[in-house]
Structures are given as structure tokens and as C-alpha cells.
Design a protein. Structure first.
Lengths: 335, 131
């Protein structure tokens, strides 16, 4: 019986192998795609005449060099600046933009709670535990000291934020219509992990000494004894398995935005259109200007670029268009 | 691959973040079979069965606290006998330093008991008050 339980010991290694290989593969895949145009979306005044005022907010929102572009990226990554601009257009309210920055609030709450939760979990993976981990857990539990074990704020906040972020995709009609199964899947994984984790802390008490020994055995590559595995609680195993599944699923999921955000051309390009010429990496030294040419070469194939006619379009998307036609949809060029 | 230097830097940062448990401890993570390290308790029976106690002792102490402070209950009957509702009852069998504290510091658990109560590890001589 206990031999079967070694699956749980192997599981995190498989999950992390998939995770690391998958993330590096996707990063390199993104890095290989060219950015043909300069598309820095800005919301600030770009450098101009001396008398046009330009504050530091403009420098962040409309960076003119790599340094300020990097600062903008940091604001995006750590403060979700583009979500902070979130507004929603309502036709029924006379075309007014409504403030929907609660999305920003709950996104911030969720991400930072999750970060602190992950840091707190270091107490299982380190022996002896570093001081700052105990410190963070102590500060996290300050509000709930009257309860044993102390109620940790981040656990509750993450659950509340997750409920809002999922509720948004379920109860708001527009958001529901654009939500894909994969959106719900990752929220489901997070919900299972969070709920099982909270249950393990507050409701179902388990013998944590075995949990920590199991965690240490994973991180020190030291196979655990059958005694440790036999004493792991079933709810802990559910929690653990879902964490492993989620980690393995991350490279295929939208959670890859943690790497993808660094590749967003609208965020990572300095707005120096007028100072520097952006060279299309597809064809760095065109003999004939692109708009005057008969066609452009993409992946070894020549496509007409000046005006996309039906034949070129058909050639480019032959497979998909044939498939659509097979399903009795009539396809015709728009004239 | 475009912007190779930034991409490679990004991948390195990603791997460093993943390796957090190793560098925050400077590679000093010790696998420890804590059950072998703990001092053997003196008595035969714990208040309830050992497995239950290992995972639920804090619940029992919570229950005791409320029973003693609010109800004035000082005795607790289980199938293993009658016990005094007090922390010193635990220390009749368990060594505080080598049992309770050792496992708590292994788990990085910080019981809030000692915010008000004394414990045998403290310098303050309240420990001798009951003895």
C-alpha cells in the first residue's frame, strides 16, 4: 500500500519539470516573434517643446527611453497600472464610462495575498525556518490573534478576491460571454487549493509534523520513509495534488501572463517614435519601401501586401477557409 | 530570438525566484525525522489517543481555556482518566524544551499562550509558583 503513496513523492518533480521546461519554451517562443511596428500605447505627454509641461507621471506613462520604459513595466507588474484605468462603457447610461476599478482592487488583493501565502509556505520547505517567514506569518495573523490558530488575513482575502473574480465571470453577462472554459478551469484550481488549504488550517486538523517532513523530503531530494507517507491526511493529499496539477498546467494556461507581460509591445517599448527609427526585424534593409512593393516575404512565402485580394487571403488561410466551407458556410470576399 | 540578453536575463531571474527556498536559507535545509528527535514522554497514556493529540492538542487546550476561565471547570474526564485542566498537566509527562518547544520550532509555530502565561523556558520565576 505504501509503495503506491510514493506517487505523491514523484508528482512534484514531474510537475516542476513540466513547469520549468514549459515556461522556458514559451518565453523563447515569444522572444522569437518579431515586432514589426512601434506600438507603445501611451497615456501621457511625450517629450516635446520645452514649454510643454511633462511631469514624472508622463515620463512613466509615455517613456522616452529604456529606463522609463522599465519603470513603466515595474508599475505594470507590481501595481497593475493598466487595470487601474479600467472603465466600462454603458450605452444604456447615455454612453457614460463607469468606474470598474474594483477589478483592479480585487486583482491586487488576490495576487499579493497569493504571494504572501506562497512565502508563508516556506515554513514547510525550510529547516530551520528563516526569521522573515515567521515575521510575515506573525504580521499576517495580527488581526486574528484572538483565535487559535491565529486567523491569517491573506487566506481570507485571497478567498474573497477569488470569489469576486470568479463571480465576475459568472454573473456579469458580458464577462460571461467572453469567458472560456480555460478561464474557469484555472479559477477552479485556485478555489480547490485555497479552500482545501483553509480547511486544513482551521477545520480539519492534521499532523503537520508529517506534512513538513514530506515537504522537506521533496526539497532535499531525500525519499521519505513509508511512515511519513502513511500518516499524510487525505485532505492534505488533495491540496498537494491540486497544487502539483496547477503547477504543471501553468505553462499551458493564461497564468503565463507572469512572463507574457514582459513581452507586451504596448508596455515594453519606449515611446521614441520621433527620435529613433524602428526597424522591422522581418526585413531590416528593404530595397523597395514596403508600401511600394508587390509582396512581402513571411516564412519563405511571398504575400501581396499593398492590397490584400481574395486570392492572397485564400492562400494565407487555405486550411481554415476550406474547413469553414465544408461546414456549408458561404465564403465570399467583401467588395 | 530578439533581444537575447533581456530574455536570458529574464529566464535566469525566473529560475532564481523558483530556487527561493535554497538561497534564503543559504542552502542549509536539513531533513529531520522530528519524531525521533523528540523526548519520550514519561507517562503511558496521553489525555486522548496519541494520534488525535498530535494533530488536535491545540483544540483541546482551547477547549480547556474556555472551560477553566469561563466555567471554572478544573477537571477533565476522558477514557484515559481524569486530568487537571492546566498546562502543567501536560508537563507532568512531556518535557517542555525537548518536546513541545522543539516540535513547535521545527514547525515554526508560535503559540499565543505565552503572550499571557508563563512557560518553563522563561527566565521569570513564575514557573515555580505552582510547584
Amino acid at each position: 500500500m505504501s509503495e503506491i503513496l510514493y506517487i505523491f513523492y514523484i508528482l512534484p518533480y514531474i510537475a516542476f519539470a513540466i513547469f520549468i521546461a514549459g515556461v522556458i519554451y514559451r518565453i523563447i517562443n515569444w522572444a522569437k516573434s518579431a515586432v514589426p511596428l512601434k506600438v507603445p500605447t501611451t497615456a501621457g505627454q511625450q517629450p516635446s517643446f520645452k514649454f510643454i509641461r511633462r511631469t514624472w507621471v508622463d515620463k512613466i506613462d509615455s517613456p522616452s527611453n529604456k529606463f522609463w520604459a522599465f519603470v513603466r513595466m515595474l508599475f505594470e507588474v507590481f501595481l497593475f497600472r493598466s487595470l487601474f484605468r479600467n472603465t466600462k462603457y454603458y450605452v444604456e447610461k447615455g454612453g457614460k464610462n463607469a468606474d470598474t476599478r474594483w477589478l483592479w482592487l480585487f486583482a491586487m488583493l488576490f495576487h499579493y495575498s497569493l504571494l504572501i501565502i506562497v512565502i508563508r509556505h516556506l515554513r514547510f520547505f525550510t529547516n530551520p525556518t528563516p526569521k522573515f517567514v515567521s515575521m510575515i506569518e506573525y504580521l499576517d495573523g495580527l488581526v486574528g490573534v484572538a483565535i487559535v490558530p491565529p486567523l491569517l488575513m491573506t487566506g481570507v482575502l485571497a478567498l474573497v478576491a477569488l470569489a469576486f473574480l470568479w463571480g465576475r465571470r459568472i454573473f456579469l453577462a458580458k464577462e460571461r460571454s467572453i469567458s472560456l472554459p480555460s478561464d474557469h478551469l484555472i479559477l477552479f484550481f485556485m478555489a480547490v487549493i485555497l479552500v482545501s488549504g483553509l480547511l486544513l488550517r482551521y477545520v480539519v486538523k492534521v499532523d503537520l509534523s508529517y506534512v513538513k517532513m514530506f515537504a522537506l523530503s521533496i526539497i532535499t531530494f531525500h525519499p521519505p520513509s513509508p511512515e511519513v507517507l502513511n500518516n499524510l491526511h487525505w485532505l492534505f493529499l488533495i491540496h498537494f495534488t491540486f497544487v502539483c496539477i496547477t503547477i504543471a498546467y501553468l505553462p499551458f494556461s493564461k497564468v503565463m501572463h507572469f512572463a507574457g507581460v514582459w513581452f507586451s509591445p504596448t508596455r515594453n517599448m519606449p515611446n521614441d517614435n520621433r527620435m529613433r527609427r524602428h526597424v522591422n526585424p522581418w526585413d531590416p534593409n528593404p530595397e523597395v519601401p514596403i508600401l511600394a512593393r508587390v509582396g512581402i516575404v513571411v516564412d519563405g512565402q511571398v504575400f501581396k501586401s499593398k492590397k490584400l485580394d481574395w486570392n492572397t487571403y485564400y492562400e494565407m488561410y487555405k486550411d481554415q477557409l476550406d474547413e469553414i466551407a465544408e461546414n456549408n458556410y458561404v465564403l465570399k470576399p467583401e467588395l | 530570438m530578439y533581444h537575447k540578453q533581456y530574455v536570458i536575463l529574464g529566464i535566469i531571474v525566473f529560475l532564481i525566484i523558483l530556487a527561493t527556498p535554497y538561497w534564503v536559507t543559504a542552502g542549509n535545509i536539513k531533513y529531520e525525522d522530528i519524531h525521533k528527535e523528540l523526548a519520550k514522554p514519561k507517562g503511558v497514556n496521553c489525555i486522548k489517543d496519541v494520534k488525535w493529540m498530535a494533530s488536535n492538542h491545540m483544540e483541546l487546550l482551547n477547549e480547556w481555556r474556555e472551560a477553566a476561565v469561563r466555567g471554572g471547570v478544573r477537571k477533565y474526564q476522558t477514557k484515559n482518566g481524569v486530568f487537571n485542566v492546566s498546562l502543567t498537566e501536560c508537563w507532568r509527562c512531556h518535557n517542555y524544551e525537548k518536546f513541545c518547544k522543539k516540535c513547535h520550532s521545527f514547525m515554526d509555530v508560535r503559540p499565543v499562550c505565552w503572550d499571557c502565561h508563563y512557560n518553563p523556558g522563561m527566565k521569570i520565576p513564575t514557573v515555580n509558583y505552582i510547584k
